[in-house]
Write a protein that binds this ligand. Structure first.
Ligand code: ADE
Length: 227
């Protein structure tokens, strides 16, 4: 099987490249992809930040590299007050909090002929949950809100929480989910909490980015062993 593992930033895939060591580097479509032959063929990439670049990389992984399952790994801002820095969250449903065509009478997050919430794959998500629980990681299933904004403002965070019942916020999950849903490829979105998306978010993010990114990637490595 060919499996795609996508992060947004190099920090989110560095543990994977250290772990698999032996990989081929392929440049395609303006990005760099790393091909590993282990128990499966694995294609690893960091898309660059945001919805546009992550959609491009996800579609490239599926259409060009023929990935049959996709896993997104990275960090997120916690919105749910039960979430702590370092906790893992599995995105069960993802939405785009920055989509606004309310002028036409549509709800926030809605694009014509689209869905407000896109679901991820139940099998992959439950596999991640089982493995993480056995390994003693603190992990949640939740709603993830995605947008082209780093949220570091209590009011905006509270608005996203209220409007979408979001548990975590990041910048790529929903766009990758839309790509995978439309291309019929199962997806799992794993995020580790690096900050609380409030006024102190930037300080916390800078402190915990590496540790949180590596925690998420370590769960991905264990998942691949069991797929
Ligand atoms: N990724 C990690 N923390 C984030 C935040 N506060 N906003 C958006 N994306 C994030």
């Amino acid at each position: 099987m060919t499996i795609g593992i996508l992060g947004a930033m190099n920090e989110e895939i560095s543990l994977l490249l250290e772990h698999y060591k032996d990989y081929e580097t392929i440049k395609f479509g303006g990005n760099t992809f790393y091909k590993v032959n282990s128990n499966h063929t694995i294609i690893i990439a960091s898309s660059r930040i945001g919805k546009v670049f992550s959609t491009l990389s996800a579609a490239t992984m599926v259409l060009h590299f023929k990935c049959e399952k996709m896993i997104f790994s990275g960090v997120a801002g916690g919105v749910n007050s039960d979430y702590r820095i370092g906790d893992l969250v599995l995105g069960v449903e993802l939405c785009q909090h920055d989509v606004d065509i309310t002028a036409f009478g549509h709800p926030y997050g809605y694009i014509s002929n689209g869905k407000i919430f896109t679901k991820t794959d139940e099998f992959l998500t439950n596999l991640a949950l089982d493995i993480a629980t056995k390994e003693g990681y603190k992990i949640h299933k939740g709603i993830i809100a995605t947008g082209d904004q780093f949220i570091h403002n209590k009011e905006r965070k509270e608005w996203i929480k209220k409007e979408f019942k979001a548990d975590a916020i990041e910048m790529e999950g929903a766009s990758v989910a839309v790509a995978c849903d439309n291309l019929n490829v199962p997806l799992c979105v794993i995020r580790a909490i690096s900050d609380n998306a409030g006024d102190e978010a930037l300080i916390s993010y800078e402190e915990f980015l590496d540790e949180a990114a590596r925690k998420s990637a370590s769960l991905v490595i264990k998942m691949i062993e069991q797929l």
